[in-house]
Design a protein around this ligand. Structure first.
Ligand SMILES: C[S@@+](CC[C@H](N)C(=O)[O-])C[C@H]1O[C@@H](n2cnc3c(N)ncnc32)[C@H](O)[C@@H]1O
Length: 432
């Protein structure tokens, strides 16, 4: 396919996913299935155009005065690929599957393209209804935080301490040129290539052997800072597919016990194979028998550390899922805040006197971070937030630099601050 034909294909995929409000991956897959002539390089290039256009959706639409799939691609070619009107006109020539020639309106819009004239939410590429939350969380930095969140994400892996260490793993993966992560002692990072894609890590022998898991460095960090120690009893209350469960098992080093559960039993399904591959032997997966069944009833009041990786808007992961950013509906934030209150209440009933709840979200929004913790503290007398300084003093690595990112009750990581996905951590000590 020619570069211009790939642009036409990207416009088609964007039309489908916007009209039907469906995930980008599904729309791209369907497009590929019905266009067998497209090779793997074509598909990768089209996916990259689609994801980049979604990353800059609000800024393109605002600068060009319309929110059509075509306008999103045009804006992205200017803001992300640095193209000028002439270069774009050569591609948009209407011949051989190229997009139709530019209209006068489009030429004028491209010639006057200036993001500085746009409001904050558009420059930051954040949905306008979430902008007040962003401003409340980041103040003068809100635009640059949003812009960093609209960038491409690297691929991070966590060396599994139960089987290897970072140096050995780095040597085993030297052909893929990983770099050590900036914060987590277990992290290796692979930067995206020109098409936005990273290496195919899941086909590496060291992956099959359980020597690493794919996990954003921010996710690794909040798990390391949660305060798990060997010999503890730990509950991972919202374990899902187990990204944090596996990281906790590596910290415990085979000592103590981890109970992993989730409201949705289907989400736990991949965890069994992942545990086998990782070599973790002290994890018990508690699958609820039905919706509402409490699979942890026998553990009430006995647990040293309850990790709550709470259901949230996922706004911290918008670099990886730029389509999800525009699918979040107004009202979703209030729903997630209710869920968070519910899981935190359940955590409070599990933790032992003097034990700890580690509350984590992959969110950038203060309502579901400090806001959720503040509401919990108001409802649960005697619980106290653990000072951020003492969270950072793990004795393992000097995390002191992260103190700059302390919030009222915890720590906020972000692409701009830490080069990771956006994560929040707050630790709460139960009354003795
Ligand atoms: C952020 S995801 C968990 C990701 C997972 N911990 C990981 O690291 O891969 C949040 C999870 O919370 C679960 N969840 C939602 N409400 C819950 C509740 N009331 N109790 C337990 N889990 C809940 C969801 O099913 C979802 O799997």
């Amino acid at each position: 396919m020619t570069p211009a034909a790939r642009i036409s294909a990207a416009i088609e995929v964007l039309t489908d996913l916007i009209e039907r409000r469906r995930p980008a991956a599904d729309a791209l897959k369907d497009w590929g299935l019905s266009r067998r002539f497209a090779g793997s390089k074509d598909r990768a290039a089209i996916a990259s155009l689609v994801y980049d256009a979604l990353r800059r959706r609000a800024s393109s639409a605002h600068a060009l005065g319309e929110e059509t799939p075509r306008a999103l691609v045009l804006g992205m070619l200017v803001s992300q690929r640095g193209m000028g009107v002439e270069e774009i006109s050569e591609l948009f020539n209407g011949q051989n599957h190229a997009p139709a020639p530019l209209t006068e309106f489009e030429v004028a819009g491209l010639a006057a393209f200036d993001l500085n004239a746009s409001p904050g939410w558009a420059r930051a590429d954040v949905p306008d209804w979430l902008w007040p939350s962003f401003m409340a969380g980041f103040g003068d930095d809100a635009v640059s935080e949003g812009q960093a969140l609209a960038g491409r994400a690297p691929a991070d892996i966590r060396a599994n301490r139960l089987k290897t260490d970072r140096d050995k793993l780095r040597a085993a993966l030297a052909h893929l040129q990983p770099e050590p992560g900036a914060w987590s002692p277990d992290a290796l990072r692979f930067l995206p290539g020109p098409d936005g894609r990273g290496p195919s890590l899941q086909s590496e022998p060291s992956f099959f052997n359980g020597e690493f898991e794919i996990q954003d460095e921010g996710s690794q960090l909040v798990t390391l800072l949660a305060g798990a120690e060997p010999a503890m009893s730990v509950v991972d209350l919202c374990a899902g597919a187990g990204g944090k469960t596996l990281a906790l098992a590596a910290v415990l080093g085979g000592k103590g016990r981890i109970f992993a559960t989730d409201l949705d039993s289907r989400r736990l399904a991949p965890l069994h194979d992942r545990l086998t591959r990782s070599g973790a032997s002290n994890v018990e997966v508690r699958v609820p028998k039905s919706r509402g069944h409490d699979a942890l009833a026998d553990l009430a009041g006995t647990i040293d550390l309850v990790l709550v990786d709470a259901p949230c808007t996922g706004s911290g992961t918008w670099r990886r899922n730029p389509d999800a950013k525009w699918r979040v509906r107004p009202g979703a934030l209030a729903e997630r805040v209710k869920d968070q209150a519910q899981v935190l209440g359940r955590a409070a009933s599990l933790v032992k006197p003097g034990g700890r709840i580690a509350y984590i979200t992959c969110s950038m929004l203060p309502e579901e971070n400090d806001g959720a913790v503040e509401a919990f503290l108001a409802r649960h007398a005697g619980f106290e937030p653990v000072a951020t300084r003492s969270l950072l003093d793990t004795g393992e690595v000097d995390f002191g630099l992260l103190a700059r990112f302390a919030t009222r009750f915890g720590l906020q990581l972000s692409p701009r601050r830490t080069g990771t996905d956006g994560f929040y951590l707050s630790c709460l000590r139960a009354p003795a």
